[in-house]
Design a protein around this ligand. Structure first.
Ligand SMILES: *Cc1c(COP(=O)(O)O)cnc(C)c1O
Length: 401
């Protein structure tokens, strides 16, 4: 086990399992559904938890287990559990800790499907949710009831990029005996480690920066040994959103370059954000790396850098936003984020369409808000593409006017 505090070393070595059989550098892919027992007694001992070892793929797999150990090391938690998608991680983590009659407090702005789960499915199950402005400490405190079990949020928030103070929320949770859960997808462990600020459970869509190459759907939850065991023995085992060994291998491979990739994402995004902020047809740029941003003071405190994602508003109409996006040549119109390719999407019509119009307004998601995941291309090429598409939008306007 490598004992380094440095993220560049940890992403490559921490949590690695030495291949005792052949000494393979790369993690072997154990593409198997089940595991053979020596005899009935051994099978029984494994089911009883009296003997370590694998039983059946839904209950654990050596390749997936290595990814879990690597993620626990990167997030500085005791353990981790891997899932077949980010939403698999979000739903299993929440449902392992909630039952009928419980109440939770969640950020009003969230990833669209997380919001949909809480706003539609949870009430049907008798689980009550209060949506609050997570930047507002007194609003969070005021929402706490006798049956409140947990606080759930993202920082920065998808898609509006509002930054939430991790320590502030963790303290409220601790003092009121509540569980705190944060979705750390936007930052990745390369830029932010919520456990260091007292957050109990950290969920990730591994589809994004962790894998980083746009070829996997997966999720991970990091937390205490006790919490992870609870999730594995209940909502992971019985609801079954497990990760495949092959996907675990791809994410382990992706993790090895996480810190260098994220460094370039951040450099490129900073330049793009500065370009957009100075452009006359851009009304507002939400990027924590800009001194004008609400989250800027938390850089250096809870975030090591501002990340690769921003949201901005076109100074114009919905149609202008559409013209701009349809005129892009290098940037691809696609949801997802954290890939080598620059991806651009329109939350109101895409990722955040599960919100009703009023709910979107309450969550600060306007009709002209555009989310940009800045890729690893040369930054001059990205800025040239944005420039030419804004020019097309401008000339359309003149023709019409
Ligand atoms: C993408 C995403 C999810 C959902 O992850 P999937 O892997 O698509 O299921 C959850 N939270 C955030 C912040 C995301 O960006």
């Amino acid at each position: 086990m490598i004992d380094s505090k440095h993220i560049e070393t940890k992403t490559i070595h921490a949590g690695k399992v030495k291949d005792g059989q052949f000494g393979a550098l790369s993690t072997p892919i154990y593409q198997t559904s089940t595991f053979i027992f020596d005899n009935v007694q051994q099978g029984s001992a494994r089911f009883m938890g009296e003997e370590e070892g694998f039983i059946y793929g839904r209950l654990g797999n050596p390749t997936v287990r290595e990814l879990e150990q690597r993620m626990a090391a990167l997030e500085s938690t005791e353990d981790a559990a891997a899932f077949g998608s980010g939403m698999g991680a979000v739903s299993a983590t929440l449902l392992a800790n909630l039952e009928k009659g419980d109440h939770l407090i969640a950020s009003a702005a969230l990833y669209g499907c997380t919001f949909s789960l809480m706003n539609h499915k949870f009430p049907q199950m008798g689980i009550e949710v209060s949506f609050v402005d997570m930047t507002n400490e007194s609003e969070i405190r005021a929402a706490i009831k006798e049956n409140t079990k947990l606080i759930y949020f993202e920082t920065p928030i998808n898609p509006n990029m509002v930054v939430i103070d991790l320590e502030m929320v963790a303290n409220i949770a601790k003092h009121n005996n509540l569980l705190s859960i944060v979705d750390n997808t936007f930052m990745s462990p390369a830029l932010q480690n919520p456990a260091e600020f007292g957050i109990d459970l950290i969920v990730h869509s591994a589809t994004k920066y962790l894998n980083g190459h746009g070829d996997v759907i997966a999720g991970v939850t990091c937390g205490s040994k006790e919490q992870i065991e609870n999730i594995k023995l209940t909502t992971l085992k019985d609801m079954g959103a497990v990760m495949s060994p092959n996907d675990a291998w791809l994410i382990i491979r992706g993790l090895k370059t996480l810190s260098v990739r994220v460094e370039r994402h951040c450099e490129n995004a900073q330049r793009v954000a500065e370009f957009l902020e100075a452009h006359p047809r851009i009304k507002q740029v939400n990027y924590p790396g800009l001194p004008s941003h609400q989250g800027y003071p938390l850089i250096g405190k809870q975030m090591r850098a501002a990340g690769g994602i921003m949201a901005f508003e076109i100074d114009g109409t919905f149609d202008d936003a559409v013209t701009f996006m349809n005129s892009l040549k290098l940037c691809s119109i696609a949801v997802s984020l954290g890939d080598a390719e620059t991806l651009i999407q329109h939350p109101a019509s895409m990722t955040h369409s599960p919100y009703e119009e009023e709910e979107r307004a309450a969550a600060g998601i306007s009709e002209t808000l555009i989310r940009l995941s800045v890729g690893l291309e040369n930054v001059h090429d990205i800025i040239s593409d944005l420039t030419q598409a804004l020019d097309v939008m401008n000339s359309r306007l003149r023709q019409v006017g």
